[in-house]
Design a protein. Structure first.
Length: 407
C-alpha cells in the first residue's frame, strides 16, 4: 500500500503528540517587564547601569536603585482564613533588598505618611484604589494600614523615589502614586496561580505536590530563573520573585534573577483551597511565630559575658533587663524593655520611650534585623562601661549574635 508524503507526515505528527505531549513546563516562557512610566520623574539615560552591577555604586541614584538593588515582588497564599479571590495569590509588596541579601527599613521619616489611601484619594486614584482593595490585602488589620506599612517600611528606602528625583511642579506625594501603580503592574506580570494551574497544580486538600514540580512551574514562566517559595508547616504560604532593575523603580525595566534566599518548603508541599472544598485542613502553625500574648526574657551576647540592659546597651557588670517579645502586625517581632519600644536608631540598637517599635525577626533564638543575624560592637565592655551594639559589622570588630532567652 502506498502513502503520500503528506499522509505520512500527518500520521507522524499525531504519534508524536501522543507520545510526547507538549506541556507549558517543557519550555521557558520569557518574562516581559511591565511598561512603566512617570511624567514627573526625571528622565534616565539609556545607558543607566543595572542595579547591583559594577557601575551602580557611582550612578545617579535617581536612575539606579542603590543600595537596595534587588527588588523582590512578594505574594501571599492565605487560605485559613481565606483572604482574597480563590484563584489568586494576593499581593504582599515590592521590597528593595541590598545586593548581599540584607535590607534596610523605615529609611526616611520625611517620606512617611499616615494613610496611603488618603493620599491616593487626594490624587484622584480611585481606579487604582479599587484594584488594590481586591488584590493587595493583609491577613490582619485594614488594607490602608497594610499599604501604609509597606510604603513607610520599604518604599522610603528606594533611592529613585526621593523628592529630588521628581520635577519641582509634581503634585505632592506623586512618588507614592507612581510606586503603587508600579507594585500593582509588576504583580500582574507574575500570576502565580495561573503558572501553577497551567502545570496541573491546583488547590486540593487531599493532595501534596512535589517541590520540584512547584518550582518548575514557576521558574519556567520567569525566564528560567529560580523563584522563592515559603511554607509554614508544609503548607505553601508565600512566593517571591527577585529582580535587578535598569532605571528607576517607577519607569525602569525589571530583569528576573535567581532567588538569593533559601526555601522553607519540604519536598512535598500542601496547597489547600481557600474555599474549604475537600474538607477543612488543620491551620498551619509555625514554631518561630511569637506567642500572641508576648514572651519575656533576656537578650544575651553569644560567646561573650554580659547581656543587654534596658536602654539596649551591652553591659557585663549588672542585671540583665527583661525584654518583651511581641508579634509585629505584619510579620516579624517587636522588642520592648522598661525604657520603651526598641528599634535601630542611628545605626545602634536602642530602647526608649520616643522610639517607634522596630520590626525584627528571629532565626531560632537569634534576633535578626534587616536580614542580618550577626551584630557587632567596637569592644567588649568592662567594669561599669556600656557599649552600643549594631546590626551586621557596622558596629566594630567584636561580632556576635543577640540571643533571646525566655524566662
Amino acid at each position: 500500500m502506498q502513502f503520500s508524503l503528506a499522509t505520512v507526515a500527518t500520521f507522524a505528527a499525531a504519534v508524536s503528540a501522543l507520545v510526547c505531549p507538549y506541556t507549558k513546563r517543557d519550555a521557558v516562557e520569557a518574562f516581559t517587564s511591565p511598561a512603566l512610566s512617570s511624567a514627573d520623574h526625571v528622565t534616565c539615560p539609556k545607558d543607566t547601569p543595572v542595579s547591583c552591577s559594577s557601575g551602580a555604586g557611582s550612578a545617579d541614584l535617581c536612575c539606579t536603585e542603590s543600595p537596595g538593588g534587588v527588588l523582590v515582588l512578594t505574594q501571599f497564599w492565605d487560605w485559613t482564613p481565606a483572604i482574597g479571590p480563590d484563584d489568586l495569590f494576593t499581593l504582599h509588596g515590592l521590597w528593595p533588598d541590598n545586593c548581599d541579601g540584607s535590607y534596610a527599613q523605615f529609611c526616611d521619616k520625611s517620606m512617611e505618611v499616615q494613610s496611603v489611601a488618603a493620599v491616593l484619594q487626594q490624587l484622584g486614584e480611585t481606579e487604582l484604589l479599587d484594584k488594590m482593595n481586591k488584590i493587595w490585602i493583609p491577613n490582619r488589620g485594614s488594607t490602608d494600614s497594610f499599604w501604609t506599612h509597606e510604603w513607610n517600611k520599604h518604599a522610603t528606602c528606594m533611592s529613585t523615589l526621593k523628592d529630588k528625583c521628581y520635577s519641582s511642579d509634581a503634585p505632592q506625594y506623586q512618588s507614592l502614586a507612581d510606586w503603587a501603580h508600579t507594585v500593582v503592574n509588576v504583580f500582574e506580570t507574575v500570576n502565580t496561580y495561573k503558572f501553577l494551574e497551567a502545570a496541573g497544580i491546583t488547590p486540593d486538600s487531599s493532595k501534596t505536590y512535589a517541590k520540584t514540580d512547584f518550582l518548575n512551574a514557576l521558574n519556567s514562566n520567569f525566564d528560567g530563573k529560580q523563584v522563592h517559595i515559603s511554607c509554614k508547616s508544609g503548607y505553601i504560604s508565600e512566593v517571591w520573585y527577585y529582580f535587578h532593575l535598569k532605571g528607576s523603580v517607577v519607569s525602569g525595566q525589571y530583569l528576573p534573577i535567581d532567588d538569593i534566599g533559601s526555601s522553607s518548603c519540604p519536598d512535598q508541599i500542601k496547597f489547600p483551597p481557600k474555599d474549604g472544598s475537600g474538607g477543612t485542613p488543620t491551620p498551619p502553625t509555625d514554631p518561630s511565630d511569637p506567642p500572641s500574648g508576648g514572651s519575656k526574657g533576656f537578650i544575651n551576647i553569644s560567646g561573650q559575658s554580659g547581656c543587654l540592659i534596658s536602654n539596649g546597651h551591652w553591659y557585663t557588670s549588672g542585671t540583665c533587663a527583661t525584654y518583651t517579645l511581641g508579634e509585629s502586625q505584619y510579620g516579624g517581632i517587636t522588642l520592648t524593655s522598661s525604657k520603651g519600644p526598641c528599634d535601630v536608631v542611628n545605626g545602634q540598637f536602642s530602647c526608649a520611650s520616643g522610639n517607634n517599635a522596630g520590626q525584627f525577626t528571629q532565626d531560632g533564638s537569634n534576633i535578626v534585623y534587616g536580614g542580618k543575624s550577626d551584630w557587632s560592637a567596637p569592644s567588649v565592655p568592662s567594669g561599669s562601661q556600656q557599649v552600643g551594639v549594631s546590626p551586621g559589622s557596622a558596629g566594630g570588630s567584636v561580632s556576635f549574635n543577640l540571643v533571646f532567652a525566655a524566662k
